[in-house]
Ligand binder design. Structure first.
Ligand code: MUC
Ligand code: MG
Length: 367
């Protein structure tokens, strides 16, 4: 179970339609495939999605930091040395997606070595999650049509609506159209990706007060410290910290400071080892948790559901597991399938996600 090699392979797969939101847009999944090899011939896999507009990472930067800094720090360790890996990688600041992909590929390799699933290794609470779909910016009619398609094709009945445009009525009109078009049985929440001021956020939430929202997420920047506390204090729904709370220390700071009342866990940026810490912290503090989506491909979504299904708290709310549906293709040999509004944990050891070697060859960008 000794780690002998860590590969970082850049690949690019276009989206059928771009995802647009207040802090950026994504047209192509320019991710990095990470493979951790052991001396027994086991290979663990995970993917790192760079999000330069949120965390400063780029595809080339992820490859470089893994090859030059992180791989040499983990080669020679055992798959069981996950805390040592975590401590060594934590010596370098930032680089959340690069660190997380290494961590998750190690857990995958460990599960494969022991012939148990990652979900069982983590906690084994259940084997599936309900799915929430993230709707990017578009005209109201197009967003309602997309939500209806997701409901009718995949049984999805919870939607996270991207907001944060100006004037705020652009977005409040969309949320109203979704509620009127889809009825009271669907769950709706909004994510501003820091696009509004605190005052704009408060106005928008007042305009949407009759729409039965489940949550509000990152409507304004956490760095507007007093404005954000003022906003969160007046809301009657949980306010989710997403990009403002990457580490457990960030979560503690945001929650105790009154700048959020719930937390998004994204395995793409905290892997499994750190996501466990955030989960335990959230449980101890009594926080709502949503398993978030960093615009993950299928492999990333496999990781999210593997973690989310492992605990009662993370599987209580629908997880954001469906945006890979907008990609034109993927690397998995057996594609993921969302049906009746649920995504099941992959059967098999580790993450249970085998890659199609032909697709890896086709989409990789380094040869
Ligand atoms: C989200 O929840 O904010 C947008 C940017 C990112 O990093 O994740 C997405 C979704
Ligand atoms: Mg968010």
């Amino acid at each position: 179970m000794k780690i002998t090699r860590v590969e970082a392979i850049p690949f690019a797969i276009p989206y059928r339609k771009p995802l647009r939101f207040a802090s950026g847009e994504v047209h192509t999944a320019e991710h990095v495939l990470v493979r951790v090899h052991t001396d027994d011939g086991v290979v663990g896999v995970a993917e790192a999605p760079p999000r330069p507009f949120t965390y400063g990472e780029t595809q080339a930067g992820i490859v470089a930091v893994i090859e030059t800094l992180f791989a040499p720090q983990v080669v020679g360790l055992s798959l069981l040395d996950r805390e040592t890996v975590h401590t060594r990688l934590a010596r370098t600041v930032g680089n959340p997606a690069a660190k997380s992909a290494i961590d998750m590929a190690i857990w995958d390799a460990l599960g494969r070595s022991l012939d148990v699933s990652v979900t069982e290794l983590l906690g084994g609470y259940t084997d599936r999650m309900r799915v929430s779909h993230m709707l990017g910016f578009a005209e109201p009619a197009a967003m309602v049509a997309e939500a209806e398609r997701m409901r009718d094709t995949h049984g999805i009945t919870t939607f996270k609506v991207k907001v944060g445009r100006r004037p705020v009525s652009l977005d409040t009109a969309v949320v109203r159209a979704l509620r009127e078009g889809l009825g009271d049985d669907v769950g709706l929440y909004v994510d501003g990706n820091r696009g509004w001021t605190a005052a704009e956020s408060a106005r928008a939430m007042r305009e949407m007060a009759d729409l039965g929202l489940l949550f509000a997420e990152e409507l304004c920047p956490a760095d507007d410290v007093l404005g954000r506390r003022w906003l969160v204090a007046q809301l009657d729904v949980p306010f989710i910290a997403d990009e403002s709370a990457v580490t457990p220390a960030d979560v503690t700071r945001e929650i105790l400071g009154g700048s959020a009342t719930a937390v998004s866990i994204k395995t793409a940026r905290t892997g499994f080892t750190r996501s466990q810490r955030t989960h335990h912290l959230a449980e101890g503090l009594g926080l709502e948790v949503v398993m978030g989506n960093q615009i993950d491909g299928q492999l990333g979504s496999v990781c999210t559901v593997a973690f989310g299904a492992a605990y009662e708290l993370t599987s209580r709310r629908p997880g954001e597991l469906s945006n890979f549906l907008d990609m034109s293709d993927d690397l998995l040999a057996e594609p993921l399938c969302i049906s009746d509004g649920e995504l099941a944990v992959r059967p098999g050891a580790g993450l249970g996600a085998d890659l199609d070697p032909g697709k890896v060859r086709h989409y990789r960008q380094d040869r």
